[in-house]
Design a protein around this ligand. Structure first.
Ligand SMILES: *Cc1c(COP(=O)(O)O)cnc(C)c1O
Length: 356
């Protein structure tokens, strides 16, 4: 039976990226060796790095003055690396979910943290608005897509101070204006590559201003100077990222994928809104994530949750169980998720409704 992969992360990747990676694991770039057993300083790996970096910049239209880094450590390592490098006295955070909360907690180790808004009062089911960004903070940190709760900041905010964004789960899902940000980062395992690779896009002029000493590996300038080769980079994940980026470019880039992403999300939200058994956990349409669609059973049908879980998995749906902090269901519709799979989920919800 065909499997429809709605996993939240690590998650679905383009089939061609998986095929090319499988091939390279057996015989990498005609070397007769596996991608897994070659030096990260070989000319073949160097070419992969360079091409991945160039495509990454091209697709996001990254302006002059920004550096792109491919590192290890995951997005969670950036939670402390960012304040280490950029927080001198005070920083502002928007608390829109558990990842944002974790980032905020780390920043408090380095200075004063002002929370400009939090949606924790309603279990993070909305994006806080109507706050003023103070001008006396070193930066303002947001999480653009809240993977667990299914909310998303879908526009590039205007900020009088450097805007820093965790884009782990919506990078490359839409065109964006990188010039509005001071730093963008994320783990690649949601929308780009397998686990192991972390991307950082940083405006170089922001660096070197804090007074504390920085450990070498924590200092972004180390990785800029060495083109992300100060230590061994996540070669395998970077290779797959390159294949994903090539696939994305062939598809027509971010404008094209945004259209598809909007269409896929609309199909599913429309069904949730129509179907008497289900309700979205995010009431306000403008806050609804295009990447992670969270929904629960309506009050009258609460006891059908387990039954739908079984019903849907028998139809090939994988990974739609909601996060334990939300319950219910979460369908992740990352770039590589085909429309046919969303269609299959919608049909599954319709057929389940007919049974009740
Ligand atoms: C998954 C995720 C993280 C954590 O990423 P790691 O690479 O596992 O540290 C952080 N932020 C967001 C928004 C995520 O979706």
């Amino acid at each position: 039976m065909k499997k429809h992969n709605f996993n939240p992360g690590p998650s679905i990747l383009p089939q061609i990226a998986i095929d090319q990676t499988a091939e390279a694991v057996k015989n990498f770039a005609g070397t007769g060796l596996s991608l897994l057993e070659v030096s990260h300083r070989s000319k073949e790996v160097d070419a992969v790095n360079e091409e991945a970096m160039a495509l990454f910049k091209e697709l996001l239209d990254i302006p002059e003055g920004y550096k792109v880094l491919f590192l290890g450590g995951g997005a969670s390592t950036q939670f402390f690396t960012i304040p280490y490098n950029l927080l001198e006295t005070k920083a502002a955070y928007l608390v829109t979910g558990s990842w944002a909360k974790k980032a905020t907690k780390e920043a408090k180790l380095f200075g004063e943290v002002v929370v400009l808004g939090s949606s924790e009062d309603k279990n993070f089911t909305y994006i806080p608005r109507g706050y003023d960004i103070p001008t006396d903070v070193d930066y303002f940190h947001i999480t653009t897509n809240n993977t667990i709760y299914g909310t998303e900041i879908k526009e590039d905010l205007n900020s009088p101070v450097p805007l820093i964004a965790d884009m782990s789960s919506d990078i490359f899902s839409r065109p964006m204006d990188v010039s509005k940000y001071g730093l963008i980062y994320g783990g690649a395992q949601k929308n780009l590559a397998p686990a192991g690779m972390t991307f950082v896009i940083v405006k170089e002029e922001l660096l070197g201003k804090v007074s504390r000493p920085l450990p070498t590996m924590v200092d972004y300038r180390t990785h800029i100077k060495s083109s992300s080769m100060f230590n061994t980079p996540p070669v395998f994940a970077i290779f797959t990222a390159l294949q994903t980026l090539k696939w994305l470019k062939d598809l027509g880039g971010l404008e094209a994928i945004e259209k598809v992403n909007q269409e896929k999300a609309k199909m599913l939200y429309d069904e949730i809104d129509r179907n008497k058994l289900f309700v979205s956990t995010v009431p306000d349409e403008k806050d609804r994530s295009l990447m992670n669609v969270c929904f629960v059973m309506t009050e009258n049908y609460k006891d059908l949750e387990k039954e739908f879980q079984t019903f849907s998995s028998e139809r090939g749906m994988v990974g739609i169980k909601g996060h334990r902090d939300v319950g219910g269901f979460r369908a992740s519709l990352y770039n590589a998720m085909p429309i046919e799979s969303v269609n299959a989920l919608v049909s599954c919800m319709q057929d389940f409704e007919k049974l009740h």
